[in-house]
Design a protein around this ligand. Structure first.
Ligand code: SF4
Length: 522
């Protein structure tokens, strides 16, 4: 199944530019005994990105001679959706070439690499590993060759029946080279009985369960596909020179001055023909779910505030959440400050509704490199201190309302609250712009296991004690849903409500397949 010389050229994969960061967080135990936070290293306190992980982002464009460069810019705009690996596959109409690597888009794609990729059709991917570990073999787009020719695939989401399907194919002798859930789709496409179907791609998609926004690159076209529940976003845009493109979020369209045309509908396949100025549509499923299940957490945290999502502008929705929070759970205070960056819009909404002044009390320094790059512990500590800056002059002696988008483990939140106390905040009232997260996600978001979720089995007051704040309140589920433009039953809320839109295997974990592979070597 791997491409071979003479039939397909695969540009070499980038080596990781550094080792993964490894930090040890203080563990919660059942009695919630508090670790001594004054002894906790600064890099733990200050790690702003440690609890909830982005998923993946996809971008594709058909037609222009500089498709690869535009794809690069599109991926750059989607970097917030995944920082572990990046890749682009391009077709010149006959041959698909690809380059993938671990790291950020700018690290993986230097000028010389971009020059090696050519073609008027390009798809790209940024990844956070929701299924399979952070290994080079799991970087996407996956490029393979089968009986019908070459195909590259980029996937945002998580297939809940991938492990079962993979097992079935392995029983028939198929060999998988990655631990990602995405690879099974290519094996299914290659199956001879599937190839005999009038529309093999539609036939394969009908067998998949879970969340998928896929881009398939064939030598002569791009196929953009979205699962029947519409969990993950996928939008179509058009450039000023008339070429169609597809992306996970509208912010990527803006990065190449393309305008939003419409969403790829749940259950739809949109084909971008090679010329790029025409699209066509078909639906792969006849029995659609009664309602879509758009991921509500995209609005809470993941999507860029500059994007429009499921018919709403993200920044507007987040401000509405903040306003609603201020109505549901007011507090007497001197200032409202956000936990940057995703809490900013909700904090602004809270401040506007309550009339309490909005201040920037915690400032991230975006220009500090990843702390593990620094050569010594001392340098790492210094780098991390610069990463999260609490401004004492803003918070000292004040009653502070802190607005956070969500609390997952609670450990980093607690660290941030300690930093505020150290800076002299007199009272801290935490307000969270979504309900308590009590359940895992099986549709593409990587939360910790349920036992690690601070809200699992604990009351709000117990959580308040743990994070050491004077008061704590969450936005209600109905309050959150009222901030969205579509009816409440159009959204997945499983991580808060425990009501999963489709049946899931509770044993499923993102490393399920990886563990299975490792067993072979034990
Ligand atoms: S469980 Fe939560 S994070 Fe996962 S798709 Fe549903 S709303 Fe989104």
């Amino acid at each position: 199944m791997r491409p071979t010389d003479g039939h397909a050229r695969r540009v070499s994969e980038s080596q990781p530019f550094s080792s993964p960061k490894c930090i040890t967080l203080p563990q919660l135990n059942s009695t919630m005994a508090a670790p001594n936070w004054h002894d906790v290293p600064l890099d733990v306190i200050a790690d702003l990105a440690g609890e909830k992980k982005e998923k993946c982002g996809v971008f594709g464009i058909a037609g222009p001679a500089d498709s690869v460069e535009r794809c690069y810019y599109g991926l750059y705009a989607l970097q917030h959706r995944g920082q572990e690996s990046a890749g682009i596959a391009a077709s010149d109409g006959n041959v698909i070439t690809a380059h993938t690597g671990l790291g950020l888009v700018a690290d993986v794609f230097k000028k010389d690499v971009l020059r090696e990729l050519s073609g008027t059709l390009a798809i790209g991917h940024v990844r956070y590993s929701t299924a399979g570990g952070n290994r080079k073999c799991n970087a996407q787009p996956i490029l393979e060759e089968y009986v019908a020719g070459q195909v590259a695939v980029a996937h945002n989401g998580n297939l809940v029946n991938a492990a079962r399907l993979r097992n079935e194919y392995q029983q028939h002798g198929h060999i998988f080279y990655s631990t990602s859930d995405t690879e099974i789709v290519i094996h299914m496409l290659a199956k001879p009985t599937h190839q005999q179907k009038p529309d093999p791609l539609a036939h394969v998609l009908r067998h998949l369960q879970g969340a998928f926004s896929f881009l398939f690159l064939f030598a002569d076209r791009i196929e953009a596909c979205r699962d029947p529940w519409g969990f993950r976003p996928l939008v179509i845009g058009q450039t000023r020179d008339g070429y169609y493109c597809v992306a996970s979020e509208t912010c990527a369209l803006a990065s190449i001055q393309a305008t939003f045309v419409r969403e790829v509908e749940p259950g739809e396949i949109v084909t971008l023909a090679r010329g790029g100025t025409r699209i066509s549509s078909r639906f792969f499923t006849e029995a659609m779910p009664a309602q879509p299940s758009h991921c509500a957490f995209e609005h809470v945290y993941f999507a860029s505030p500059s994007s429009s999502l499921f018919g709403d502008t993200v920044v507007d929705v987040r401000q509405k959440m903040g306003r609603r929070l201020a109505i549901e759970s007011p507090a007497e205070a001197d200032i409202v400050i956000p936990i940057p960056d995703s809490g900013r819009s909700a904090a602004l909404g809270f401040a506007k509704q309550s009339g309490i002044p909005f201040e920037e009390g915690i400032v991230p320094n975006r220009y500090v490199g990843r702390s593990f790059i620094q050569p010594s512990q001392h340098m790492r500590d210094l780098a991390v201190q610069m990463k999260l800056i609490v401004i004492p002059e803003v918070v000292r002696g004040k009653r502070v309302i802190v607005v956070e988008d969500s609390i997952v483990r609670g450990t980093t939140t607690r660290g941030k609250m300690l930093a505020l106390r150290r800076a002299g905040a007199k009272e801290i009232h935490m307000r969270v712009s979504c309900p308590p997260i009590r359940h895992p996600c099986f549709f593409g978001i990587d939360f910790p296991t349920p036992t690690e979720l601070i809200a699992n089995g604990r009351t709000v007051d117990q959580i308040r004690e743990f994070i050491e704040v004077d008061s704590l309140a969450y936005l209600s589920l109905e309050g959150m849903l009222e901030c969205f433009g579509k009816p409440a039953d159009n959204y997945c809320t499983a991580c808060w409500s425990g009501k999963y839109p489709i049946p899931v295997d509770e044993q499923l974990s993102k490393f399920g397949m990886e563990r299975h592979q490792m067993k072979m070597f034990e």
